[in-house]
Design a protein around this ligand. Structure first.
Ligand code: AMP
Ligand code: MG
Length: 401
């Protein structure tokens, strides 16, 4: 049996990023992975500028509050003023360049009209309300490293840095199918012995949430030839084939022999719960090979193993520099006394006191537990847990981001 960290390490060390890179305009780059580090083309801000609507002045002209200064110029955002005449103030607006000679901006709320111009009711500090040129980004310096996910904030940084296009990696192409003769699509009548196929919808949405292009091949019958044919079809033009069901070693489980016939396969027994069997391998195609990951059929098992194992693998294939799931330490609101050698992922939510409480039904088929919990607690092998003990918690908000 592999431990969870060993399985994760094996998957991630096998994954090489897709190597096709294309330049996309910023507006089309959201959710993609940056292929090369980016450098600012300008200082941000480009010039010293005002953080407030107010008056730019020389400190030397305001030795104490209560000085009345004439207003020698007006500088709205988008224009550049003249050097500040000594003994005067410049009316200035947020984002406008601070005129040469001024060394502070007093916000307008601390000023009043006076006969000669403006009464400064506040003694400014040097640099007050001035945003310095380059304080956010310096021209020529790296602002985005390779391998980051382009979230809204990365796009904003790129735009401010003057970058109109970004080199991104090609989207990962993933083929998906489910096995199981008991499965039917919702919308169809359910015959005796049938159940509705839920994994197909969870997995497709999980893959799309990660920015993959998904080719959904639907249901494949529990038969060796049909499974082999589906694998050949799935391998065509795709980077990864993801399946659910049929990876145990029962006589109705055809995924293992099918992958072995069409490529190569390791069937892993991972010391985790839920999700013990996981198949990992490759399927040959005319142009090369596609990765293969076969998830267990139990709906919670396939969901959890996707999040804890397949998601990091996909992130690595996509070219992301950091792919490990994000977790936080939170206090347990439960007792765990059963000694087990497994890494267990327990569905949990925070109570009013900020402690984690376990969902009452931890069975690997209890799908509703996934919507009544906020994430997964990781119980390490042989851990005994008392209320108040810190435990590792993987929130769905992070896992599904
Ligand atoms: P298997 O891994 O094929 O042995 O399936 C394990 C359990 O998960 C069985 O109870 C299946 O009926 C169920 N199952 C398999 N595939 C799906 C699916 N796509 N949607 C919902 N349940 C499934
Ligand atoms: Mg099955």
């Amino acid at each position: 049996m592999l431990t969870y960290p060993e399985a994760l390490e094996r998957l991630c060390s096998a994954a090489l990023p897709v190597d096709e890179v294309r330049r996309l305009p910023l507006a089309a780059a959201a959710g993609r992975v940056l292929a090369e580090a980016q450098v600012a083309t300008v200082n941000v801000p480009p010039l010293d500028n005002s953080a407030m609507d107010g008056y730019a002045l020389r400190l030397a002209d305001v030795p104490a509050p209560g000085v009345c200064l004439p207003v020698s110029q007006r500088i709205p955002a988008g224009s550049v003023g003249q050097p500040l005449e000594p003994g005067s103030a410049a009316r200035i607006f947020t984002g406008a360049p601070v005129p040469p000679g001024a060394d502070a901006v007093v916000m307008q709320e601390r000023c009043e009209p006076c006969a000669a111009g403006v009464l400064i009711q506040h003694q400014p500090r040097a640099g007050e309300n001035i945003r310095r040129a380059g304080e956010d980004m310096a021209a020529g310096r790296e602002v985005l490293p390779a391998g980051v996910l382009l979230r809204p904030q990365e796009l904003a940084v790129a735009a401010a840095a003057g970058l109109a296009e970004l080199p991104v990696r090609r989207r990962l192409r993933v083929a998906l199918f489910c096995t199981g003769d008991e499965l039917h699509l919702p919308g169809q009548p359910l015959p005796p012995g049938g159940i509705y196929n839920s994994n197909q919808f969870a997995l497709q949405a999980l893959l799309e949430g990660l920015g993959c292009e998904v080719r959904n091949l639907g249901l494949v019958p529990d038969a060796l030839d049909a499974t082999r044919a589906a694998l050949r079809e799935a391998a065509r033009g795709n980077d990864l084939i993801l399946t659910s069901g049929g990876v145990s070693v029962g006589e109705e489980d055809h995924v293992k022999p099918a992958v072995e016939a069409e490529g190569s396969l390791d069937l892993w027994k991972i010391a985790i719960k839920p999700g013990k069997p996981l198949a990992f391998g490759q399927v040959r195609s005319a142009t090369g090979q596609a990765w293969f990951v076969g998830l267990p059929g139990n709906p919670v098992s396939s969901f959890v193993t996707f999040l804890m194992l397949v998601r990091p693998f996909i992130r690595k294939l996509q070219g992301l520099a950091s792919s490990a799931p994000v977790s936080y330490l939170l206090p347990a609101g439960f007792t765990w006394e059963k000694d087990s050698s497994l890494h267990e992922f327990l569905r949990a939510r925070r109570n009013g006191a900020g402690q984690l409480e376990l969902h009452g039904h931890q069975g690997s088929g209890v799908l509703t537990s996934l919507i009544h919990s906020e994430g997964l607690v990781l119980k390490p092998p042989h851990a005994l847990i008392q209320p108040g003990d810190p435990v590792e918690f993987f929130p769905f908000t992070e896992l599904l981001a």
